[in-house]
Design a protein around this ligand. Structure first.
Ligand code: PA5
Length: 324
């Protein structure tokens, strides 16, 4: 029998999101702000590391800095030395992320890394580029708070634009966690029960909830080993809507920050009822991470309900081994 961290350990790591966000990587305060603030940052990373880029991009939408999440195995040709690349790889050994970093370095683009070590740290240290280490020993997806919190601080420093206040969000999430007693946990159990039987589509209705929808889709895949997809409204009204109708649609889970639920049932009009999970908080970062926190717990509860172990991800490991 394989020996891996228990489901209880996964719950414990996941519940540590508020503290992770407060983590300050060594050397952050010495990170030199560039002479001219960077206006375009490509955030390279895959899976549980790369998803942070989606949140950073959405948080930057109302600012003067553009952040582009990048989950490909080469860098785009439009990058210039005035741009910046932030490479996020928990292991530091992800082939696609390393390929993007190598392309960027070859094009003279400044690269900063967030990792626990691996080839990424080695490469960037050799090139005398900044690397910020986060604590090791976790699966990347439950190190999300370390990676996103450090990413926020690095992007803010490079661009001179504040994208969120991780300390305030830590306080908001700590409060949310202390409310997760029996009564507050009830919605999570209700949602979980309704997801057992069928695949799930997770919907976002703004850039921030779209990032949270992708995160939840990944968590349902990896923790619960459950088929899940993600989509966004209004985009789905221009394609997916034509596939909706009779038959067995996937369960619909919509993440929202709005007071009024987005009109998914009337747009898709297939007799299916959307389950809404609403996030709120003192600011956009706190509100969306409140959703992420609850979604993460749903994915663990679903693993439990389906009788699967949340930790192992053998297929991802086998895929990486094939890439070399
Ligand atoms: O959750 C996971 O383990 C994966 O999605 C990884 O994050 C992904 O394979 C990339 O690896 P890393 O985060 O080490 O760069």
């Amino acid at each position: 029998m394989m020996n891996y961290p228990s489901a209880a350990q996964m719950w414990q790591w996941t519940l540590g999101l508020p503290e992770q966000l407060a983590y300050r990587a060594a050397g952050l305060s010495e990170l030199e702000a560039p002479d001219a603030p960077v206006r375009r940052i490509l955030v390279a990373g895959m899976g549980g590391s790369g998803v942070s880029g989606r949140f950073l991009a959405a948080l930057a939408d109302n600012t003067s800095v553009q952040i582009i999440p990048w989950n490909w195995a080469s860098a785009p040709s439009w990058l210039t030395p005035n741009d910046a690349v932030l490479a996020i790889s928990y292991s530091g050994n992800t082939v696609e992320t390393l390929a993007t970093v190598n392309d960027a370095l070859a094009a003279g683009v400044p690269v900063t890394g967030i990792t626990t070590g691996g080839k990424l740290e080695k490469l960037l240290r050799e090139r005398e580029r900044p690397v910020f280490n986060v604590p090791g020993g976790l699966p990347p997806r439950v190190a999300f708070g370390f990676l996103l919190g450090t990413g926020l601080r690095v992007c803010s420093r490079l661009s001179g634009v504040e994208l969120g206040q991780p300390e305030r969000t830590t306080a908001a999430l700590t409060q949310l966690r202390s409310n997760l007693g029996a009564a507050q946990f009830a919605p999570i159990s209700v949602i979980t029960k309704s997801l057992i039987e069928r695949p799930v589509t997770v919907y976002g209705t703004c850039p921030l909830t779209a990032a949270a929808a992708l995160r939840l889709k990944q968590q349902l895949n990896e923790n619960a080993k459950h088929f899940a997809w993600w989509a966004t409204l209004p985009e789905l009204a221009h394609n997916e809507i034509t596939a909706a109708g009779p038959g067995k649609p996937p369960r619909r889970l919509c993440l929202t920050l709005a007071e009024k639920p987005p009109p998914l049932d009337s747009v898709l009009d297939d007799g299916e009822q959307t389950i809404y999970l609403r996030g709120s908080g003192p600011d956009p970062l706190s509100a969306v991470l409140g959703l992420v926190f609850q979604g993460d717990l749903v994915s663990l509860a679903l693993a439990e309900a389906r009788g699967v172990e949340p930790y192992p991800i053998e297929r991802i490991i086998a895929y990486k081994a094939r890439l070399g």
